[in-house]
Design a protein around this ligand. Structure first.
Ligand code: NAP
Ligand code: MG
Length: 405
């Protein structure tokens, strides 16, 4: 069989530890034998970021902007402990994901991969629920203060024009905690646009929820921006595709989500998204089955697994042990990128390959062949065989090939 051709390269961002090992295994076993792979390669491994003073991360993100589609391996975000582990580090480099998100001005969408043999904790959920978390501002860039005496506080805004607005917050007769926070019109607009774009791209309804009955100005502003963007730029396309944009209060949304069958995107403000994404991912099964895609307001896509570099497995791998690290989310990052590249370049064969590979992996799991993390979660009625990572990839490969024939 001739290999499938590509026209535009995919931006390939390599990473660290166990996922770097997985990256190589996935490419060798499931991609390179079938595709004349064209990538624009960036090594975002920690040491390469250190050697380039992290310029390589920005370069990769710029390439993703230019070429439209990227796929990223998990990477180490250094902390104090990593600084000791890698004494050659000249700085505690920032999170690559944060840098890429800032350059793409993007929103992260997380979707679980679901299968018959692993039932979500919420029985009604039959289709995945995708969480879109706004990743700028609010409490994450707020200022806080504990006052150990009674007193009052005001919010003071000084405009560039010189105009000053003073809003009294509260007068307390006891010690108190205080906070000020903000969000930006530009960031909220980009968030709204990325959500509408992704809903259209994946043909799913979009839900958005805040607490605008209590936070009439702040959350009300989020609600208004979404409404404005929808009415002015996306309503027609939603109507054509039969999609719905649905705004509701966050507590009502939580109740409805729990009763729903899934199959939609739920957009959330920064804190709400932080909390709800962990709840939804846990209820669907495993972090190793969560895919993640960063979408820019202009429709550029960066695909990745939601999990990290799986450090504990890496140290076992270094000792020569066979590991049973789940490669699903990383494989689906690749298939996501191949399908999107195929769609943008009009290469049906490339997109078709992405779909076939996904089906082969799901068929493998549904046959009970899975890595250890999933074997522990699977329904007892399924005959489960726990395999190593390479064992899983080989089984998926044989299913991919038998479908080809
Ligand atoms: P992690 O790598 O996601 O791993 C946490 C634990 O979850 C693992 O120890 C493992 O549990 C389980 N797990 C995660 N992915 C798995 C998989 N594919 N197959 C099987 N089990 C899996 O998170 P972490 O330990 O908090 O972080 C490790 C490093 O990753 C850190 O340096 C962090 O900076 C980085 N990180 C990167 C990204 C990213 O690039 N997007 C995201 C998060 C974290 P058991 O050990 O119990 O088997
Ligand atoms: Mg969280």
């Amino acid at each position: 069989m001739p290999k499938i051709a590509m026209t535009t390269p995919i931006v390939e961002m390599d990473g660290d530890e166990m996922t770097r090992v997985l990256w190589r295994m996935i490419k060798d076993t499931l991609i390179l034998p079938y595709i004349e792979l064209k990538t624009d390669y960036y090594d975002l491994g920690l040491l390469s970021r250190n050697e380039t003073e992290d310029k390589i991360t920005a370069a990769a993100a710029e390439a993703n902007l230019r070429l439209g589609v990227g796929v990223k391996c998990a990477t180490i975000t250094p902390n104090k402990q990593r600084m000791e582990e890698y004494p050659q580090l000249t700085q505690m480099w920032k999170s690559p994901n944060g840098t890429i998100r800032a350059i793409l001005d993007g929103t992260v969408f997380r979707t679980p991969i679901i299968l018959d043999s692993i039932k979500p904790a919420v029985r009604s959920w039959e289709k995945p629920i995708t969480i879109a978390r706004h990743a700028y501002g609010d409490v994450y860039s707020g200022v806080e203060f504990f006052a150990d005496e009674p007193g009052s506080a005001s919010l003071v805004f000084r405009g560039r024009s010189g105009a000053e607005t003073i809003i009294p917050m509260q007068s307390n007769d006891c010690p108190a905690v205080w906070r000020g926070m903000h969000n930006k019109e530009s960031s909220i607009t980009s968030f709204a646009r990325a959500c509408f774009q992704y809903a259209i791209a994946t043909k799913q309804d979009l839900w958005f929820s805040t607490k605008d009955t209590i936070s009439k100005v702040y959350d009300g502003y989020f609600k208004d921006v979404f409404e404005r963007e929808f009415e002015s730029a996306y309503k027609q396309k939603f109507d054509e595709l039969g999609l719905t944009y649905f705004y509701t209060l966050i507590d009502d949304a939580v109740a409805r989500v729990m009763r729903s069958g899934g199959g939609f995107i739920w957009a959330l403000k920064n804190y709400d998204g932080d909390v709800m994404s962990d709840m939804v991912s846990t209820a669907f099964g495993s972090l190793a089955m969560m895919t993640s895609v960063l979408v820019s307001p202009n429709g550029q896509f960066e695909f990745e697994a939601a999990h990290g570099t799986v450090t504990r497995h890496y140290y076992r791998y270094l000792k020569g042990e066979q590991t049973s690290t789940n490669p699903m989310a990383t494989i689906f990052a690749w298939t996501g990128a191949l399908k999107k590249r195929g769609e943008l370049d009009g290469l049906a064969e490339l997109s078709g390959f992405g779909e076939r590979l996904e089906r082969a992996c799901l068929a493998t799991l549904n046959d009970g062949i899975m890595t250890k993390d999933l074997a522990l979660l699977a329904e007892r009625r399924v005959n489960v065989r726990a395999v190593s990572t390479q064992g899983f990839l080989d089984e998926a490969k044989s299913r991919l090939e038998s479908e080809r024939r």
